[in-house]
Design a protein around this ligand. Structure first.
Ligand code: GAR
Length: 204
């Protein structure tokens, strides 16, 4: 890995996780500086989004981060966006709901990570995102839920788990109240876990 890691965040929702990751690598002096003054450890070089009007696009504009708005047919043709990603070292999925095409997975072995709002392997797979996940956890009567950060492979929510954190599910929880608790966990841990993956890739 180069001294400064170039991240692309793939996100299509409100972008609260994207914002936390951006903040982490730009605001903390000890974390944003690599060896050599002025070299940030990681920079968010690109926001990739498939949803015009998504909140994450406002964040990208505010933070002056370039955006790549992708279109389904072209994305699933496999290598169609490879050229736009050629400067990117690590891909971070933060609320991105499309499956990642095999060609991208092959081009980024061990360098695509995802955050999922439940304790995988439970509540993963197609259609399991956002409040669908929290509604399923509540309907099953689970007493705890949590977050999973994992490497991405060719199957939905299936790659090796890097990190999990847990939180309680209360009897009066709604999908919305559980989502808030989960978001708090995500915001606390995701940036730090990304940093540890970067350090590992750099062999530190
Ligand atoms: C996050 O809770 C993330 O775990 C979830 O989407 C939310 C995005 O929120 N991802 C999935 O459900 C993927 N299957 P954000 O846009 O505020 O970061």
């Amino acid at each position: 890995m180069p001294l400064t890691t170039h991240l692309a965040i793939f996100a299509s929702g409100a972008g609260s996780n994207a914002q936390k990751v951006i903040d982490h690598f730009t605001s903390s002096p000890s974390l944003s500086k690599g060896e050599g003054a002025g070299n940030p450890k990681a920079i968010i070089s690109l926001i990739v989004c498939n949803k015009p009007g998504a909140g994450v696009l406002d964040i990208a504009a505010k933070e002056n981060i370039p955006v790549l708005l992708i279109e389904k047919e072209k994305f699933f043709r496999g290598d169609a966006y490879m050229n736009e990603l050629k400067e990117i070292d690590l891909i971070v999925l933060a609320g991105f709901l499309w499956k990642i095409p095999d060609a991208l997975i092959k081009a980024y072995p061990g360098r695509i990570i995802n955050i999922h709002p439940a304790l995988l392997p439970k509540y993963g797979g197609k259609g399991m995102y956002g409040n669908n996940v929290h509604a399923a956890v509540i309907a099953a009567g689970d007493k705890e839920s949590g977050i999973t950060i994992h490497y991405v492979d060719e199957h939905y929510d299936n790659g090796d788990i890097i990190f999990q954190a847990r939180c309680p599910v209360f009897p009066n929880d709604t999908p919305g109240s559980l989502a808030q608790r989960i978001h708090t966990l995500e915001h606390e841990h995701f940036p730090k876990v990304i940093e540890s993956v970067i350090n590992q890739l750099a062999g530190k």
